[in-house]
Design a protein around this ligand. Sequence first.
Ligand SMILES: [Zn+2]
Length: 355
Amino acid sequence: MHSPNPIQCVVPDYVLVEIAKRGDEADRDAALSTLAVSTTLRSARSQAEAARSAAGTPLVATAGLREPTMDRVIRDAKTGVDTGSPIVRKEGDGRVGDPAVDEAFDHFGMTWKFFFEVLARNSIDNAGMTLDGVVHFGRKVDNAFWDGDQMLFGDGSERLFTRLTKSLSVAAHELGHGVIQFDGPLVYQGQSGALNEHIADAFGVMVHQWVHHETVEEADWLLGAEILAEGVKGKALRSMKEPGTAFDDPRFGKDKQPAHMKDFVVTAGDNGGVHINSGIPNKAFFEIASALGGRSWERAGRILYATLGHEQLRRNADFRQFARLNHRVAGQLFGVGSTEAEAVANGWASVGVEI
Ligand SMILES: [Zn+2]
């Protein structure tokens, strides 16, 4: 039985485990303490869910529709792990001068605007949900999390990662998990979990591209390019354009993402490879967007978003089922046999997923 709202983090555990094996003592301390935080969060989360389901309250609050206005709050955990820490900046407040607070606030704003202006979505739940973020979460934590309700940002150890709030694509990725939780939700295990990771990555890079007005050719298609600590040999956490090439570092190991079904990784770790095999749909999405040209969010992104929200999307969809629905949705939006539908079919075929 999988938790309906598992803790989702941007840095996969397997990378941290690799660092714990390969790094020096300080690297190992940084990696192990970050892993300990994810474990604590996971057990807190499942206890909260058990309590809620015992009380008979629905997991997803059915908030009434509100006016579509942005509502953000940022809390400062001051290196503790209290997700209910005091609010240090809320909607309407000016900058506070703490980069972690102001970056999280700004990146939430850009992500909210992307969903509203591009996809006509009113916040994460499409019902005006407050974007609630906690910064300075834990001591030197090398990760950022979506815990089902909130975004939690570590400060980074500066050995492995730097301040996690620095990256817009990381914030958009995590908030994207929120959107997927409300629309999919895709079970966070195996291929459906890799699709969950893939869609969060696609939101992450699209928000970045939208804010920077980049075309598909201009964009770097990297996730988390800003958060690798100085000296780490790599360009980002993941590359949608060239999965498997984001990093190759003596401490991190090499990026394990495949870009084709022939290299699909069968593993019990990482929830069945959710952060690993997501390379395959990531690459398919890059190919679809590149074939269509222009701006990724205009056609490829719209088709992806409509697929996620489609009533026929199954919670445990595998790559092939998702690709088929993706293709059907492209036909519904742009016409059967349209350039867009063709691009979708070809994109999936290029990574070995025949529809
Ligand atoms: Zn994720």
